[in-house]
Design a protein around this ligand. Structure first.
Ligand code: NAD
Ligand code: UDP
Ligand code: UDP
Length: 321
C-alpha cells in the first residue's frame, strides 16, 4: 500500500530525486517548496503523475495537511545561498523544524531530517563519527546554517523524547549529481561549469583542504534504508556519505581532465571558517543500514557533467538566486 509522503524542499537538488524515487515506489508525494533555490523544472518528470502534488509554501509558516511520513529537506544548502539571507536560513531550519515536527505530532507521522556534516564544523576529529560533538563557530558566517541545523537536531530529539515521535536523522556529507544548481558556488558545480565554459578553475586556499563526495543515487539509497528498513527505535543521527576523501585540488584536476577544459587552476582566498578536512566515518551506516556507496567518482562525474553540458546548451533559467 502506498503511503502519503510530504517532502519539504522537494523542488531542490536532492528533493527532486527523492520525489521521483518515492513515486516509483508507489507512494503519493506532496512536494512543498518556496522555490528559493529549487525550481519547478526539477520536478518536471513528476508533474504528469496523478500521485504527485506540488505546493508553493514556506516552511517557516504552519502547514496543515494529512500525511503518513515527512522528509524535511527545506533549507538552502550551499554557502552562497544560505549566506544570502542568513536570518531566513536560521528561521527555515528552526521554525521549519518546529512546524514540521508539530505537524508530525498531530498526524503521528514518521519524520526524517536532512541534517549535515556541518554540525561537526571545522572538525578536530577525523574521520567524523556520530558521537563527535563538533567544532562550530557560533557567530561566524556559516553559523546560520550550522547552528540552525544543530538546533533542528535538538528539536527532533526533544520531540522524540517528549512526544514519542518517530524520528530519523541523517547527517549528509557533500553530495553531487544532476540538478545541482549551476550558480550555487559549490565546488563540484563550479568546477564543472568553469571547465565546460573553458574558464579557469577557481581553487580557494591552496586546494589541500579535503572533502569526500557522494553520488546522489547512493545517498538516496541510504535515506530510504534509514526510513524504511530500520526499527522505529533507531533514530540516528547516522552519517550518510562517501568515505573516499580527496584534496579539492585533485578534484579540480580530475574534472579538467574529464571535460578536456582549456582553463588553468587559479587560486583565490579561502572563505572564513572553511573546514580544512571532512570525511565521514560510515561504520554505523554499514552496520545498521547495511549500506555503503557504490558509485565511483568517475561514473558520478560523467553523469553530472552530461547534465551541466545539456543545461548550458539549453540556456534554461534557474530559480530566484
Ligand atoms: P537545494 O538548495 O537544492 O534544496 C533545498 C530546497 O529547499 C530548495 O528547493 C529550496 O527552494 C527549498 N527551500 C529553502 N527554504 C525554504 C523554505 N523556507 N520553505 C520551503 N522550501 C524552502 O539543496 P539540496 O542540496 O537539495 O539540499 C537538501 C537538504 O539536504 C538541505 O536541507 C541541506 O541542508 C541538506 N544537505 C545537503 C547536502 C549536499 O551536499 N547537497 C549536504 C548536507 C546536507
Ligand atoms: N503545526 C503545523 N501543522 C500542524 C500542527 C502544528 O504547522 O498540523 C505547527 C504550528 O505552527 C505549531 C508548531 O507546529 O506552533 C508546533 O506544534 P506543537 O503542537 O508542537 O506546539 P504548539 O505550538 O501548537 O503548542
Ligand atoms: N571550493 C573551491 N572552489 C570553488 C568552490 C569551492 O576551492 O569554486 C572549495 C571550498 O572552499 C571548500 C570546498 O571546495 O573548501 C567545498 O566547498 P563547497 O561549497 O562545495 O562545500 P562545503 O564547504 O560546504 O563542504
Amino acid at each position: 500500500m502506498g503511503k502519503r509522503i510530504l517532502v519539504t524542499g522537494g523542488a531542490g537538488f536532492l528533493g527532486s530525486h527523492l520525489c521521483e524515487r518515492l513515486l516509483e515506489a508507489g507512494h503519493d508525494v506532496l512536494c512543498v517548496d518556496n522555490y528559493f533555490t529549487g525550481t519547478k523544472a526539477n520536478v518536471m518528470s513528476c508533474l504528469d503523475n496523478p500521485r504527485f502534488e506540488l505546493m508553493r509554501h514556506d516552511v517557516t509558516f504552519p502547514l496543515y495537511v494529512e500525511v503518513d511520513e515527512i522528509y524535511n529537506l527545506a533549507c538552502p544548502a550551499s554557502p552562497v545561498h544560505y549566506q544570502h539571507d542568513p536570518v531566513q536560513t536560521t528561521k527555515t531550519s528552526v521554525h521549519g523544524a518546529i512546524n514540521m515536527l508539530g505537524l508530525a505530532k498531530r498526524v503521528r507521522a514518521k519524520i526524517f531530517q536532512a541534517s549535515t556534516s556541518e554540525v561537526y564544523g571545522d572538525p578536530t576529529v577525523h574521520p567524523q563519527v556520530e558521537d563527535y560533538r563538533g567544532h562550530v563557530n557560533p557567530i561566524g558566517p556559516r553559523a546560520c546554517y550550522d547552528e540552525g541545523k544543530r538546533c533542528a537536531e535538538t528539536l527532533f530529539f526533544d520531540y522524540h523524547r517528549q512526544h514519542k515521535l518517530r524520528i530519523k536523522v541523517a547527517r549528509i556529507f557533500n553530495t553531487y549529481g544532476p540538478r545541482m544548481h549551476p550558480n550555487d558556488g559549490r565546488v563540484v558545480s563550479n568546477f564543472i561549469v568553469q571547465a565546460l565554459k573553458g574558464e579557469d578553475i577557481t581553487i580557494y586556499g591552496d586546494g589541500m583542504q579535503t572533502r569526500a563526495f557522494c553520488y546522489v543515487d547512493d545517498l538516496l539509497d541510504g535515506w530510504l534504508r534509514l526510513m524504511d528498513h530500520t526499527p522505529d527505535d533507531f533514530t540516528g543521527p547516522v552519517n550518510i556519505g562517501n568515505p573516499v576523501e580527496m584534496p579539492i585540488r585533485h578534484l579540480a584536476e580530475k574534472i579538467l581532465d574529464k571535460v578536456g577544459g582549456k582553463g588553468k587552476l587559479v587560486f583565490a582566498p579561502l572563505p572564513v571558517d572553511d573546514p580544512m578536512q571532512r570525511c565521514p566515518d560510515i561504520s554505523l551506516a554499514r552496520e545498521v543500514l547495511k549500506w555503503e556507496p557504490k558509485v565511483g567518482l568517475d561514473t558520478g562525474l560523467t553523469k553530472t557533467i552530461a547534465f551541466f553540458d545539456e543545461l548550458l546548451k539549453s540556456n534554461r533559467t534557474v530559480s530566484r538566486v
